[in-house]
Design a protein around this ligand. Structure first.
Ligand code: NCD
Length: 315
């Protein structure tokens, strides 16, 4: 796997993904073995990660920081860059990235409100040899989340002949966008796109699925979507992206997964995933169902990000 930046799901080949997933599995195993953490802490000593988060984050930021520290890297940055960095004084993202590059980090992890922000940052960082990692660009993409999502699926089922439902807010969920692109790399996967009509998947992704002859369908019939599915990937209605809050109020609680949904519509062997945070779209009682995998999925994020740093930054 040879990439300077991690910007979008389309950049990965199927071989890249399988290589990364094997390393993630191994890293998780090593980390959980008695001497593993001590050995891993020597892997990337002397490397530096900077992060700039212009939007809220819990899992993504903390798991990136933990991943870097567990590999011996140093870490610094701003977790409310929209309020407390010089952005508030009017500094452009270009200038901020340019300055951070002058501090010679190895990698800058960036979450921004604007779609395409990571691409812009990568252009600035290129000549410095600094890697930009897109940790979410508005309603665009969130490729490292999709990597950990697909890793979780691969770890459980492998990546062939599975039916995956991506459900919820498909218009604005960047994790759903990135996952759809990644799944399109694996023939034999069938994708069901389930959403309220108002929040259907972005047309550019539908076009991509057609172009790559991916087997998929779109529906707003919950029962039809869930029956026969191996993986159910649920998403939050992204309130912060709605210009029309009345529309948000109308759609926000339309598709809630409850214990009754699990009992009646979800196959016994299926797994239920969610990038989190979950608001109302999965009832808390569902957490006790062994098919609910969202907390384990979140935990995988740290190991996937460790593996990603090992691939990106190993000399
Ligand atoms: C997601 C995001 O920020 O896009 N969260 C995450 O990184 N795990 C999903 C969301 O906010 O709904």
């Amino acid at each position: 796997m040879r990439h300077q930046h991690i910007l979008c799901s389309q950049q990965f080949s199927r071989d890249d993904l399988l290589e990364l997933f094997e390393l993630t599995r191994q890293t998780k195993k090593d980390f959980l073995s008695p001497n593993g953490p001590t050995l891993l802490r020597k892997a990337l000593v002397g490397r530096q990660m900077l992060y700039m988060f212009y939007e809220a984050s819990t899992r993504t930021r903390i798991s990136f920081c933990q991943a870097a520290r567990h590999l011996g890297m140093s870490v610094d940055g701003s977790d409310s860059a929209g309020q407390f960095s010089s952005a508030i004084k009017g500094e452009t993202l270009d200038d901020t990235i340019r300055v951070l590059c002058e501090y010679r980090p190895n990698v800058i992890v960036l979450r921004h409100t604007e779609e395409g922000a990571a691409q812009k940052a990568a252009k600035i960082a290129d000549p410095f040899g600094v890697s930009i990692v897109n940790a979410g660009d508005g309603a665009g993409q969130h490729p490292t989340q999709a990597l950990l999502d697909l890793f979780t699926i691969w770890d459980h089922f492998g990546t062939s002949n599975r039916r995956v439902v991506i459900g919820g807010d498909l218009l604005y969920s960047r994790t759903a966008h990135s996952l759809a692109y990644l799944l399109s790399k694996f023939g034999g996967m069938h994708i069901t796109l389930f959403s309220p009509r108002e929040l259907r998947m972005k047309s550019e992704i539908i076009a991509h699925l057609y172009e790559h002859s991916v087997s998929f369908d779109e529906t707003d019939d919950l029962e039809a979507a869930l029956k026969g599915a191996d993986v159910i990937y649920w998403t939050r209605v992204q309130k912060e992206r709605f210009a029309d809050l009345a529309l948000y109020e109308r759609v926000k609680d339309r598709y809630v997964i409850t214990t009754e949904t699990m009992a009646r519509m979800v196959e016994p062997h299926a797994i239920l995933m969610h990038p989190l945070p979950r608001i109302n779209e999965i009832a808390p009682e569902v957490d006790a169902d062994p098919r609910s995998r969202y907390f384990e999925q979140a935990g995988n994020g740290m190991y996937l990000r460790m593996a990603l740093f090992l691939k990106l930054l190993a000399a």
